[in-house]
Structures are given as structure tokens and as C-alpha cells.
Design a protein around this ligand. Structure first.
Ligand code: BGC
Ligand code: NOJ
Length: 811
């Protein structure tokens, strides 16, 4: 069952009922100001950091769901409704929500009135714009009132949701003309305020929530809307809001448009006030003047469309398979940009208060966005590297606003360092910009500890190399990629964090997975060394990689698949002698991607075991058999009920590792089959089961051991986005940025006749036609560029700003 459909021409997902299984959201904003917006106009805004600069409130576990946001009430006589249905939930005569690239349009109609709400964040502006267009479609004059309503957050979302003894006394606002200024704490250390404005002076307003909603009222039945209108309240403490009232008289067929804005303004300290106690509003007025008129609104919306054309245009496929094209050309790339902006900070599952920017997360996200925004990827790499410790280990997370490592979680996740190499390697291949390696970057954000980026990579590699356990495999520390495999934790008390309980390092527990990573990214490090003339260091690195490869093939091999780890007692995790958790997905994917066991047949055998033991119709589960009880020696992984999350859920992030691994052994049919099992466009038809948005990946789909097998959770912010784009674009469709050019090496279903790709790469466009006359999965027989045959399968770096015609014949 579906709740909408894709409109590929407009690059939109069109939702045709407000009663989606869960709120289906979009992300507005691509620079500093962001808004999460659901299909019924729920959501919230923040500036840069969803924890430290939250502009509006959102309650995650509220009932009814999703009732805070950017709602507009339409009052038509006795009838009160919202174009997005929520929060009044009055039945609408028609409803549609179009989530597009960086904008959303919600349109509802009732009783002869149509109201359309268009929201986006303009490029270069620290604000959300919202246009309301109300049309009288009836045959008689209509006297209506419309009311926009938002609830301010008192900036630090964590304090805002916990420190009520203070919060209920601090709230302050100012009202001037068409604008409401939220200035809580501005009197003391804050130099910023929020402003909500309209393009005309309203007929009424409220800024105290208890006046607009009523003390015991709710957004579903605001006292002011259902009663006598706004009261002109001025908030002193309690809950400051911005609500306005506009009375409209519409002749039959007539429309009215009102443009609103929600902005964030920072003032230099010496320019804070325009009079004692009165906020200096100059910048807010300028902001509103830049985008208040309908023409400015349209122009900003067009600029946004052009921005997305530019980003997505850098990789476009035309395959004849509609679902594949819409994933690759639109939604997967779009989601990659959202993960660039958000990392793991703010979604409808990530509260914005918790995880900020993940070290490993953002490094992996790079794989998915580096081709679209190489310059911003460069800056991101430098930010991430600056949170690394001098010994090569890293803060697991950092705050986007301060860019400082998060002390609460600290470090000790021993896969983190190697992901930095993965991210930089992807950047170098995309751009050829080796100059980045000379950039001077602090360790632990301490300028006095600055070193070139190359040194950061060296220490990443060295950290793993010098933290090995009894089998010569890397020590796992607090956990590796699998945050829930906590082999040094031994937590017995409820409420203890699995992330920080126990020692951050143990001398015994080892990770086969990090061993695979060390082989894969250790080789990348060695190649970088060679490129910059460090031949001896490259040789040493390769020798260490070979030793690791041996360790993985011996201590890490279980007979038919790669083991997962050794626990703190030296017992195997992920082996046939285990009672539960005999086989895990991660090492099969990572080790085979690293090429381990490719020649000896172990790689193919490991993948066969995955097929036999971990396959389901909805994707590959993380492990089998699921843990049915809590294992003290394993930690959080066994805390989840069977089939959920890391305990045998279909953890979508590492499905593409298996997909890539299948291409390493040449299985194009299997690779694409696995790709389509988890790709949202294919799952759209089962949206009622899947529950999450059908246009983006979710972190997890419940596995076969779960009651809700097939139901997804944690949409949007997941490494799944980057890895799937990386795998479909590079491993399956086979266009891989390489050191000296664009390498063409597809691995596709044998049945495919061919496809076309347009790829921008280092200042040239490659228009590539791939033909598969012999119906093979893999193998490039002939390549021509601009009519001339090329030897090998690497297209040169043209770098001439031109478009080049490339024809590739497989066989
Ligand atoms: C995992 C969660 C876990 C969390 C702890 C995440 O990476 O996916 O299952 O609870 O880490 O912070
Ligand atoms: C989600 C986290 O963001 C990521 O860092 C981790 O690798 C996976 N969960 C698996 O635990």
C-alpha cells in the first residue's frame, strides 16, 4: 500500500493523505539555518546546532504525534482547519503534500477555501520562509481569519526540556509592527535573537502560549482561534510563542498571499541595543526586506532549484529502470546532502541533543557527498581531523556549533581513526587535491598541537597498528563500527551507558572487522604515501597490512566465514561454536571489500554463508542467531530484543558492504538484487509495512526475528545513504574516481543491455554510454573517448571544462 507517489519530473514525493503511518519529513536548509518539516507541517528550526541554537520547540514522544511545528489555522465561520490537517485534524476536502529538494508545499482545501503553504530556507539567508496562499473557490464572498503559530525554544534544547525552574521565568519578547522578537537571555550573554515576521501588520497577535491556546488548551483547539481571536498578549516567562491573526475578505475566486519568515539574527556585542532594553532590530529588518515580497520569494525558490540542479547534475544515470534512476539521480544524492548537513544530529529519531557530528559517521558520509561539494568536503575533513587526539584516536562525536569534541562520550571507538583515511582517500580520488595533506590541523582542537593533515593520517594508521591483541588483530576498545558490541564494558546496572562504562581499552578483546578495515584503508594509506614520495613508509605500511591479512585469514577465519571478534576472555564472537551470534555481516562485507581471501576462495565462501544464513526478502540481517538473552560480555548488542537494531535487525548501513563485496567477486546479478531489496523506491509499495518515508533510506528494517519484520525505523540520518550511493555509483554502475582519472569498471546484472551516465569530474563532464552486447556482469572490452580508443579502463583527467563522449563496451 502507498500513501503517495514519486513525481520524478519535479523531483518531488507527493503525499496524498495526511494520515501517513508516521510523520514523513523533509529537510529545509543547506547552509546554517535548518528546519525539519513533516507532511502535516510539524517540525522545528535551529541555527547550526540543534542542541545549542534551537529556535522552536518539538516534543518527540508527545501524543498526539507531531503537533508542534509551523501550523496555520484557517477559520471560516465556525469551521477551523489546517491545510496540513494537523493539529486540528478536521477532515479536509482535499490534501496534498509535495516534498521537494529543500522545499515543501502543503495544500489543503475545505468548504470552498484552498490554503497552500510553501516553505523553504533561502540560500544565503538565516531564515525559514513560508508563503500562505488562500483562495476562495466558492461562489460567495468569504470572511476568513488565518493564524500562523510557532512555539519558541529557549535556545539550548537540553535545558529547555529540563530546567523548568529557571525557564518558566526567563522568557522575553518584543513586538513591533508585523514582527515578534524572541529575546530570552539576550539581556545577559546571548547576542542573538529570533524573529517571526509577516509581510504586513496583523490584525492581532499573541506571544504568551497560555493566552493563545488557553491555560488548558492545546494546539488542536487554540482558545484564540476557536474563541474571540488573538489577545495581544506579551509573554513574561512561561512559554513565549509567535501567533498572529489576519482577517481576510475574499470575493469568489479571489486569492490572498501572505509571506512569513522565521529568522535568526546575531548582533555584534557593541550593537546589541537600540535603546536601553530594546533589541537592535536593524539586521532583522534587513533580513525581512530581502525576502518579503512575492517576487523575492519566487526568485529565492528558483535559486534553490538551480542550486540542486548543480549538485545533482554531477552524477546522473539513465538506465531505463525508473526506480534506479530516481534513487540515483534524486533521492539518494539528496539524502547524502542531508547527512552532510546533519551527520547524526537531528531527525525524528535523533533529538538534536545527543550525537552531534559523529567522527566515523561524517567520514563515511563523505563517500556520498564529496562529488557534489568537494570544497565543503575539504573543510569538513579539516574540522573532523581537528578533533583527533595526538595518539591518533579520536573524539567519537563533536558539536556542530563549537566543533569541539564531546567529552561525555569521549574516545575509545577503535575503528574511528581508520575512517579518517577512508574519507580523505575518497576526497583525493575525487579532486586530486593533494595540497590538503599539507594543511596544518590541530590535534584535540589545540593549535599548539597542530600538524599537517598527512600526519593525522599517519597517526590514524599507527594507532591501529600499535593497538593489537593476542591474535595480532586490532583491539576493539569501547566498540568498533558496531557501537553495541561492547566487549570491555560488563555493565550490570540499569541506566549505565554502554558507550562509556568500563575501560576504554582492554588488552584482549579484538575486532576482525577493524582488521578488514586496516587492510582496506591501510592499503589506501600506503598508496597515499607513495604518491607523496614516502616510499619506505609505504613499504612498511604494506608489510603491516600483509601481516594483518594473514591474521584475518587465520585467527579471523571460522571455516566458512569471517569471525566477528574475540571477547575479553579470548572467546570467539561470531563463530560456529557460539550458541547465539554465530555469524555477523560486518566482517564478511569489510574483509571481502578489502580483497581478503579473494584468491583463496574464502571471500566467495564467506558471501555464500551470508546468503545461506543472513538473507531475508527485505535485506540482510546483521547477525544470526539473534541474541535471546543479555550477554554481559557482549554489551548493548544483546540488550535489544531479537530482530531489532544491531541485534539481528536489517541494519541497512552494512548491506551495501555485502553488495560491494559481491561485485568484488563479480556477482552482478546478486549485487543488484540486494541493492533493490533495501532501496526505498522498491519498498514504496509496502509503505504500510515499512512505515518510514519511501524516498529515503532508514537505518534499520526489523529483521526476521522481530514481531514487526519488515518495519523500518530511524529514517534519514544513516550511513546507509552514503554507502548505497557509493556502491551503486561506483561498484555496480562502475564509475570510480581514481588517482589518475575516472575508472570504468561496472558489475551489473547480465540481463542489462546498457545505460548512460553523465559524470562531472575534475572540471570536465564525461558523457558515458555503456553497452553490454555480450550480456556479461563484468569486464570492459573496449573504451573510446571522443571517438578515440583508450588503452585500459581509466579515462584521463581532461580538466578542460568540456563535455567528452565516452563509449564503453563490456564483454
Ligand atoms: C546504535 C544504537 C545505540 C547507540 C548508542 C548507535 O550507534 O545504532 O543502537 O543505542 O549507538 O548511542
Ligand atoms: C549508528 C551510528 O551512528 C554509527 O556510528 C554506528 O556505526 C551504527 N549505528 C552501528 O552501531
Amino acid at each position: 500500500m502507498q500513501f503517495g507517489h514519486f513525481d520524478d519530473a519535479r523531483r518531488e514525493y507527493v503525499i496524498t493523505t495526511p494520515r501517513t503511518p508516521l510523520p514523513w519529513i523533509n529537510y529545509l536548509g543547506s547552509e546554517r539555518f535548518f528546519t525539519l518539516l513533516s507532511n502535516t507541517a510539524g517540525g522545528y528550526s535551529f541555527y547550526l546546532d540543534a542542541r545549542l541554537r534551537r529556535l522552536t520547540r518539538y516534543r518527540y514522544n508527545n501524543a498526539p504525534l507531531d503537533s508542534e511545528g509551523f501550523h496555520i489555522y484557517v477559520k471560516d465561520g465556525e469551521s477551523v482547519w489546517n491545510p496540513g490537517w494537523q493539529p486540528v485534524q478536521a477532515d479536509l476536502d482535499s490534501y496534498v503534500c509535495r516534498h521537494g529538494l529543500g522545499y515543501t508545499v502543503i495544500e489543503g482545501a475545505k468548504g470552498g477555501v484552498r490554503a497552500e503553504q510553501t516553505l523553504f530556507v533561502p540560500l544565503g539567508g538565516d531564515c525559514l520562509l513560508m508563503r500562505l496562499r488562500v483562495t476562495n473557490e466558492s461562489g460567495a464572498e468569504k470572511r476568513l481569519s488565518v493564524f500562523p503559530y510557532i512555539e519558541f525554544c529557549l535556545w539550548d534544547a537540553m535545558d529547555d526540556s529540563s530546567n523548568f525552574q529557571r525557564n518558566f521565568s526567563t522568557g522575553e519578547v518584543e513586538i513591533e509592527g508585523a514582527a515578534i522578537y524572541h529575546k530570552t537571555e539576550y539581556r545577559e550573554r546571548r547576542d542573538h535573537y529570533a524573529v517571526f515576521w509577516a509581510d504586513r501588520v496583523p490584525d492581532g497577535f499573541d506571544t504568551a502560549r497560555e493566552k493563545f491556546l488557553g491555560t488548558y488548551g492545546s494546539p488542536a483547539r487554540p482558545a484564540a482561534v476557536f474563541g474571540a481571536g488573538c489577545t495581544g498578549s506579551v509573554a513574561h516567562g512561561w512559554q513565549p510563542i509567535a501567533a498572529q491573526q489576519f482577517d481576510l475578505t475574499l470575493a469568489p475566486g479571489a486569492s490572498e498571499t501572505i509571506i512569513f519568515g522565521l529568522g535568526y539574527v546575531e548582533n555584534p556585542r557593541e550593537e546589541k541595543w537600540e535603546a536601553p532594553g530594546v533589541v537592535n532590530k536593524t539586521r532583522a529588518r534587513e533580513m525581512a526586506a530581502r525576502c518579503a515580497s512575492p517576487a523575492q520569494f519566487d526568485a529565492a525558490l528558483e535559486a534553490l532549484a538551480a542550486y540542486w540542479d548543480g549538485l545533482l547534475g554531477r552524477y546522473q544515470v539513465s538506465s531505463g529502470e525508473e526506480k534506479l534512476d530516481r534513487m540515483v539521480n534524486i533521492w539518494n544524492q539528496y539524502q547524502c546532502m542531508v547527512t552532510f548537513n546533519m551527520s547524526r544530529s537531528a531527525s525524528y529519531f535523533e533529538s538534536g541533543m545527543g550525537r552531534g557530528m559523529g567522527f566515523r559517521d561524517s567520514c563515511q558520509d563523505l563517500l556520498g557527498f564529496v562529488h557534489m561539494i568537494p570544497e565543503r568536503a575539504r573543510a569538513r575533513i579539516l574540522d573532523i581531523a581537528a578533533t583527533q587526539f595526538p595518539d591518533g584516536s579520536a573524539y567519537h562525536q563533536y558539536q556542530p556549533l563549537t566543533k569541539k569534541g564531546n567529552l561525555d562520550v569521549g574516545s575509545g571507538f577503535n575503528d574511528d581513526p581508520l575512517w579518517l583515511i577512508a574519507g580523505v582517500d575518497a576526497y583525493l580520488r575525487e579532486t586530486g587535491d593533494f595540497g590538503i595533506l599539507d594543511e596544518i590541523v590541530p590535534f584535540d582542537n589545540d593549535e599548539s598541537l597542530s600538524q599537517p593533515l598527512l600526519e593525522h593520517l599517519r597517526r590514524s594508521f599507527r594507532f591501529t597498528k600499535t593497538h593489537l591483541g593476542p591474535h595480532g588483530l586490532p583491539l576493539i576498545g569501547r566498540a568498533d563500527w558496531n557501537d553495541c558490541l561492547n566487549l570491555n564494558c560488563f555493565s550490570e546496572h540499569p541506566g549505565e551507558s554502554f558507550q562509556i562504562t568500563g575501560p576504554s581499552e582492554g588488552p584482549v578483546a579484538e575486532s576482525v572487522f577493524i582488521g578488514g578495515m586496516f587492510v582496506k584503508y591501510g592499503r589506501a594509506w600506503a598508496a597515499i604515501c607513495r604518491r607523496v614520495g614516502l616510499m619506505e613508509e609505504a613499504d612498511e605500511a604494506e608489510a603491516a597490512v600483509s601481516r594483518m591479512e594473514q591474521a584475518v585469514l587465520t585467527a579471523g577465519w571460522d571455516g566458512a566465514w569471517f569471525r566477528r571478534a574475540y571477547d575479553a576472555f579470548g572467546q570467539v564472537v561470531g563463530g560456529k561454536e557460539c550458541e547465539e551470534g554465530q555469524i555477523f555481516i560486518e566482517p564478511q562485507g569489510m574483509c571481502v571489500m578489502a580483497g581478503i581471501g579473494k584468491d583463496s576462495g574464502q571471500a566467495a565462501q564467506a558471501l555464500e554463508s551470508v546468503k545461506e544464513r543472513l538473507d531475508t526478502k527485505y535485506g540482510i540481517v546483521l547477525l544470526q542467531p539473534a541474541y535471546t538473552r543479555y550477554h554481559l560480555e557482549l554489551g548493548e548488542i544483546s540488550s535489544y530484543p531479537p530482530g531489532y537494531k544491531e541485534n539481528a535487525g536489517i541494519f541497512c548501513h552494512n548491506n551495501p558492504w555485502i553488495i560491494a563485496a559481491e561485485t568484488v567477486v563479480g556477482h552482478g546479478d546478486r549485487a543488484f538484487d540486494l541493492y533493490s531489496r533495501i532501496a526505498p523506491a522498491w519498498r514504496e509499495e509496502i509503505s504500510d509495512l515499512h512505515k518510514m518515508e519511501p524516498y529515503v533510506y532508514s537505518q534499520m528494517i526489523a529483521g526476521k526475528d522481530a514481531k514487526n519484520f519488515g518495519q523500518a525505523k530511524n529514517s534519514w540520518l544513516t550511513g546507509t545513504a552514503a554507502w548505497n550511493f557509493y556502491v551503486i555509483s561506483q561498484y555496480i554502475l562502475g564509475v570510480k574516481p581514481d588517482w589518475d582519472g575516472l575508472k570504468i569498471d561496472p558489475c551489473i546484472p547480465a540481463g542489462w543491455d546498457g545505460y548512460k551516465i553523465s559524470r562531472s569530474f575534475r572540471n570536465a563532464v564525461y558523457d558515458i554510454r555503456i553497452e553490454n552486447p555480450g550480456h556479461v556482469c563484468r569486464g570492459v572490452k573496449r573504451v573510446t573517448a571522443d571517438g578515440r580508443e583508450i588503452s585500459g579502463n581509466v579515462l584521463p583527467v581532461f580538466s578542460d571544462g568540456r563535455t567528452h563522449e565516452v563509449v564503453v563496451t563490456l564483454g
